[in-house]
Design a protein around this ligand. Structure first.
Ligand SMILES: NC(=O)c1ccc[n+]([C@@H]2O[C@H](COP(=O)([O-])OP(=O)(O)OC[C@H]3O[C@@H](n4cnc5c(N)ncnc54)[C@H](O)[C@@H]3O)[C@@H](O)[C@H]2O)c1
Length: 255
């Protein structure tokens, strides 16, 4: 796929999604910056994509809402043509409470955003596509898809479910030239990790668990997304690529 592609990034007003949008912009791609609500309308990311050399528009979308996803894709394709690359970065943080205290709205909101959102955007991407039109889908999952954490049943279940969605979609769409992969970050400094960004002592404590002794940067995830969407990754589908400085290898502490 030549550059100048239409790249649609959800959760692109912030964090990893914004970094992905900017990384594709630097290649000269046309980036659709999906944002969730008016408190951050994606305009900052749009400006950075343009400054990096790409084109960009911001489109509001709630990824957990079918009509909203359909409308966002229609607006994207109206502006930039068929979407060639989908980066699914929209997500919310874990409730941080054990299952015995978790409310139904907490559980449902997570599933709607991090799992149903990925289903709805992926389905719209692959559906009604001209035959043999190549494409790439990249989901921002998490090491918590398999490395569980107390207080994160909602998040771990959503990301674990996402693994099976990605793998199923990968085998379904391989004959159609659509590759589907996951990125599994560890600790990345974004607004989702605001305590680590705001509290150096807390950040240091968390970073001591990471073999590389530091948190990751959003642009490091953006570079991986660019690679997975590129022809250099032409034989990679159904893969889950960990980017965590070695954190997820540290599961046997205390054994
Ligand atoms: N930051 C980390 O350490 C880390 C680690 C592993 C995985 N991740 C994953 O990376 C992805 C991006 O997270 P981030 O760290 O950039 O966080 P972030 O909070 O900076 O960005 C997430 C964005 O998703 C948007 N969003 C939330 N609900 C939405 C909805 N219903 N529809 C559309 N957009 C919605 C938010 O508005 C927000 O801008 C998430 O899926 C997260 O689970 C993050």
């Amino acid at each position: 796929m030549a550059n100048g592609r239409c790249v649609l990034v959800s959760g692109a007003e912030s964090g990893i999604g914004a970094a992905c949008a900017i990384a594709f912009g630097a290649l000269g791609d046309k980036v659709v910056v999906l944002f969730h609500d008016a408190h951050n309308d994606g305009s900052d990311t749009v400006a950075k994509v343009k400054a990096a050399g790409g084109e960009a528009i911001a489109v509001q979308c709630n990824v957990g809402d079918e009509a909203s996803v359909e409308a966002a894709f229609a607006e994207a394709e109206q502006a930039f043509g068929l979407v060639s690359v989908l980066v699914n970065s929209a997500g919310i943080n874990m409730a941080g409470v054990p299952v015995r205290q978790m409310t139904m709205p907490q559980w449902q909101r997570m599933l709607d955003t991090d799992l149903t959102g990925a289903f709805l955007t992926s389905r719209r991407f692959v559906r009604d596509r001209p035959a043999n039109m190549p494409g790439a889908i990249i989901h921002i999952s998490s090491i918590h898809a398999y490395a569980v954490r107390a207080g994160g049943a909602d998040y771990c279940a959503a990301k674990g479910g996402l693994t099976n969605l990605i793998e199923t979609l990968a085998i379904e769409e391989a004959p159609n030239g659509i590759r589907v992969n996951a990125i599994e970050p560890g600790m990345i400094l974004t607004p989702m990790n605001k305590r680590a960004s705001a509290d150096p002592a807390y950040r240091k404590t968390m970073e001591q668990n990471i073999p590389m002794d530091r948190a990751g940067r959003p642009d490091e995830v953006g570079d991986l997304a660019v690679f997975l969407a590129s022809d250099k990754a032409s034989y990679i589908t159904g893969a889950r690529i960990v980017i965590d400085g070695g954190l997820s290898l540290m599961q046997a502490l205390g054994a």
